[in-house]
Design a protein. Structure first.
Length: 466
């Protein structure tokens, strides 16, 4: 618009001296084109013919400059314009890659050459216009270069702080997606439940069968579910009243079940009608006789009580007992698992050199509560230059002693006349122990000798009996 204004000034400035009454007589411009003085002859006070809002008017050069708002100057008889709205006519300054838009505070036109600048509206290249107000306030207008939308954004800096970028658009450009702060009245969002954050959903927005169909009962209320659901499972209720996945029913769950006509009463037995529909059985479920299918007892078992399929269990339930001496063993050759009858715990090792007259715990095992048989074997090994007089061994719950042992076991002791190269074996037959909690049992040994120190091979074993 200002370029048009300048063209008009140039075209009509030469007419001023010769057409003082032009505005009043409304004479066509072509009548006064020739014989006009040079532009340098103007003093700035002449009245110039201009076209404003489609009407012919006259203004002085001073009045025209006032309309320019500082974008133009009159150094002499000529009017020189170098800005538009305070921004120079120049093509703009390239923004160095990575430059923070926050530091671009000098009035002017800029353009970015990549999308690495900080504090831009989005990661995009922009044309940037910076305007500086008289009070020091700054306004930035950024227009996207290459995204094909020419989206513009604006922000200001007042009192040292930048505001957030705001999208600037024409009313015809706005879409529902752009109205992030608008009320949910946009046409495409009106029926989208994901956009409803608060308030009550109108019943007209509810899907079938809440607004149509033939479902019986109160369809004005919702029911909530808890957990996952599997096709064909029966639905149930948890303690909070939520619907939950119940269990898998037996039979053919791939066939839908239909309800027969007629009322259904809570607590009544469900039966089938002649057409295979579920119906109200007509009576409440009551206590009755429960029968049990008779099972044939296997080898080594004896039954007692009512074990057939016609007698009740109320007075004499069906029971099984094991016949004495006929419990079969396994035939798989596998060891009993921990905690089962027959479980074995074993520890075996070879000691280092023994010290004469000193007791040592050669090995140990820990037994859990139960009924166990425990046994042990000690093989003392001597060299030819060893002279031995005593061998001792004991199973005890105390480490490093041969003066006490478990009940019914005793202390094994062999004494001989001092003899070179005398080895010996001391053994303990199975002895019952009844620990009530985890208990450690030690195999303690001792030797009295001179010469080369002997060693011992030891074995400590327990088996759960019941």
């Amino acid at each position: 618009m200002k370029m048009v204004r300048l063209a008009l000034v140039s075209a009509f400035a030469l007419l001023a001296a010769m057409v003082p009454g032009l505005a009043a007589t409304n004479v066509p411009f072509s009548t006064y084109i020739s014989g006009q003085p040079a532009a340098s002859a103007f003093t700035g006070t002449e009245r110039l013919v201009i076209l404003k809002s489609g009407m012919i008017q006259t203004m002085t050069p001073v009045q025209i400059l006032q309309m320019m708002s500082g974008d133009c100057a009159q150094p002499g008889a000529s009017i020189v314009c170098t800005k538009i709205n305070g921004i120079p006519f120049s093509a703009g300054t390239a923004i160095t890659p990575g430059t923070d838009f926050n530091i671009l505070t000098t009035a002017g036109r800029y353009y970015s050459i990549d999308n690495t600048s900080a504090n831009t509206p989005t990661a995009q290249t922009y044309y940037l216009v910076v305007e500086v107000g008289a009070s020091g306030g700054i306004k930035q207008t950024a227009t996207a270069q290459l995204d094909g939308t020419s989206k513009s954004y604006v922000r200001t800096k007042e009192s040292g702080s930048w505001t957030a970028w705001k999208r600037v658009m024409l009313a015809t450009q706005a879409t529902c997606a752009d109205l992030s702060n608008a009320a949910a009245s946009c046409a495409i969002d009106a029926t989208n439940a994901t956009n409803i954050g608060t308030g009550t959903l109108n019943t007209l927005r509810l899907p079938s069968p809440f607004t149509s169909g033939t479902a019986s009962g109160n369809t004005s209320k919702f029911m909530t579910g808890s957990g996952s659901f599997a096709s064909g499972h029966i639905a149930g209720f948890d303690a909070n009243g939520n619907i939950i996945d119940g269990f898998t029913p037996s039979g053919n769950t791939s066939t839908a079940v239909t309800a027969a006509a007629g009322a259904k009463t809570s607590g009544h037995v469900v039966t089938w009608d002649a057409s295979g529909n579920v119906q109200d059985g007509g009576g409440a479920l009551t206590n009755g006789t429960v029968t049990e299918q008779k099972n044939t007892a296997g080898s080594g078992l004896t039954t007692s009580g009512n074990c057939d399929n016609t007698s009740t269990n109320s007075a004499s339930p069906c029971q099984y007992s094991i016949n004495a001496g006929v419990v079969p063993g396994i035939a798989t050759g596998t060891a009993a698992a921990a905690g089962n009858v027959g479980e074995v715990i074993l520890s075996s090792t070879t000691t280092g050199s023994l010290t004469s007259g000193s007791t040592t715990a050669a090995t140990s095992i820990t037994l859990t509560a139960g009924d166990w048989d425990i046994s042990a074997v000690v093989d003392f090994q001597t060299a030819g230059a060893t002279s031995v007089t005593d061998w001792f061994a004991a199973i005890s719950t105390t480490s490093g002693t041969v003066v006490s042992s478990i009940p019914n076991s005793g202390i094994a002791h062999e004494r001989v006349t001092a003899t070179n190269d005398h080895s010996a074996r001391l053994s303990f037959p199975p002895t019952q122990v009844l620990p009530t909690a985890n208990t450690t049992y030690y195999l303690n040994i001792q030797s009295t000798f001179t010469g080369t120190a002997p060693t011992a091979n030891v074995f400590l074993r327990a088996r759960r009996m019941r």
